[in-house]
Design a binder for this molecule. Structure first.
Ligand SMILES: NC(=O)c1ccc[n+]([C@@H]2O[C@H](COP(=O)([O-])OP(=O)(O)OC[C@H]3O[C@@H](n4cnc5c(N)ncnc54)[C@H](O)[C@@H]3O)[C@@H](O)[C@H]2O)c1
Ligand SMILES: [Zn+2]
Length: 386
């Protein structure tokens, strides 16, 4: 039978500014008003604020500061309501009620597609509220103000959002570039030491697959970084964010249509460990363990030298990561449960399983299958060294 075929082709350009600043709600700081009104500077813009409860507790006057800020820039900003405070951490991605709550709130405020939702919080809140905004009217503008090391260096500057469902990490979500991102280092002052360290895992990750010089810098500064001293902390965040932005801009696959996911080094085990521990482990802490497994695995299977794996492990330990967790020993029907992380990773990516391993420090290499014995060996090795 005959058929007609017309190829419809469209491409949609995206751009978003990424600001670095302090005191984002100080009326004399024009970053936020510029970010919101950058496309239509002459008009008044409606905005609503979603705040991570952890951030609100640490910065109780944030709501008042935001109101004063909007009042000081009343010609361009109209704050529609008191901020919505949402539970911080992975809980908000796990429990569907939090998502529905944000969506209902956006409905009640009558937010339209040219209104801005300003989200202040860690990666979990940015993911959840970002998903709520992306699915409201098929996409309300989002200005992200990330408040953790991880979110400022990785998730907050990226193009993804999502929530967990059916026991699967990020099962529901969209690709939705933000309208703008504002990194305000002041917020880091109140972040727990644990979360400061956890966020550095993504910097080690991107250094290992993309930037040998950055990894060498991390190793040189491992002492000050492990104490989360402000200057090196800010530098590690900036370099981490730059590498993630560079990847999104130049990889040719910003919406991850292919199976390759080079910046997900260490993540197949990490995502599984997060659910196996009911999120007792933070994302970054799980990524550190996942990278330790995949580095040892790389050395064992010959994609990199043994010394590469040793330097990864030394660096992660030096920063303060624990590289073994009992959840690595959980079994289901005799098989280590963490191994099913590989199946779930393949399902999430689609197509052929593609895992990034190390070829060298600063250089990843893709493989399409993994040998179970070598993974088990790597886990044994980590337990032995713990
Ligand atoms: N979308 C992406 O591309 C992407 C990439 C990497 C990670 N992630 C996701 O990010 C999440 C992890 O984010 P995270 O590491 O930012 O942790 P988080 O969002 O879980 O926050 C950790 C804790 O810190 C609190 N907090 C946040 N900022 C604070 C501050 N300034 N002062 C005091 N407390 C503060 C939160 O309330 C929470 O209790 C995971 O769900 C992970 O899957 C998403
Ligand atoms: Zn990650």
């Amino acid at each position: 039978l005959e058929f007609r075929r017309a190829l419809q082709q469209i491409s949609v350009p995206f751009d978003y500014p990424v600001y670095g600043t302090r005191a984002v709600f100080d009326p004399s700081n024009l970053a936020l008003v510029e970010a919101i009104s950058r496309r239509e500077p002459a008009r008044r813009h409606r905005l609503a604020l979603v705040i991570d409860a952890g951030v609100r507790d640490a910065w109780p006057s944030l709501g008042v500061a935001a109101r004063r800020y909007a009042e000081a820039h009343a010609a361009r900003l109209e704050l529609t309501a008191e901020p919505l405070v949402v539970a911080g951490g992975e809980l908000c991605k796990n429990e569907p009620a939090h998502l529905a709550n944000v969506q209902r709130w956006l409905h009640e405020l009558g937010m339209d597609r040219q209104s801005s939702v300003v989200i202040v919080g860690g990666g979990a809140v940015l993911d959840m509220a970002g998903f709520a905004a992306a699915t409201t009217h098929r996409g309300v503008r989002v200005v992200r103000i990330p408040t953790t090391v991880l979110a400022q260096g990785d998730s907050g500057v990226g193009v993804k959002n999502g929530v967990n469902a059916f026991g699967k990490k990020n099962f529901l979500g969209t690709f939705a570039p933000p309208f703008a991102v504002i990194n305000d280092f002041d917020f880091l002052e109140t972040l727990s030491h644990r979360d400061k360290i956890a966020g550095m895992a993504e910097a080690v990750k991107v250094a290992l697959v993309r930037d040998r010089g950055f990894f060498a810098w991390i190793v040189e500064n491992v002492g000050p970084l492990s104490r989360a001293e402000p200057l090196p902390l800010e530098e590690i965040i900036e370099r981490c964010a730059e590498l993630h932005l560079l990847h999104i801009r130049t990889s040719g696959d910003p919406f991850e249509l292919g199976s390759a996911r080079p910046l997900d080094f260490g993540h197949w085990a990490a995502h599984k460990l997060e659910s196996l521990t009911d999120h007792r482990l933070r994302h970054g802490e799980s990524v550190a363990i996942g990278m330790a497994i995949d580095s040892l695995y790389s050395a064992r299977t010959g994609t990199c030298a043994a010394s590469v794996a040793e330097s990864v492990i030394d660096a992660l330990r030096g920063l303060g990561f624990r590289l073994f967790d009992d959840a690595l020993r959980h079994r289901s029907r005799g098989r280590l449960e963490v191994l099913s992380g590989l199946d779930e990773f393949r399902e999430h990516l689609g197509g052929e399983l593609t895992v990034t391993l190390l070829a060298d420090v600063g250089r990843g290499i893709e493989v399409h299958e993994m040998q179970e014995e070598a993974i088990l060996w790597a886990i044994d090795e980590l337990e032995r060294r713990a």
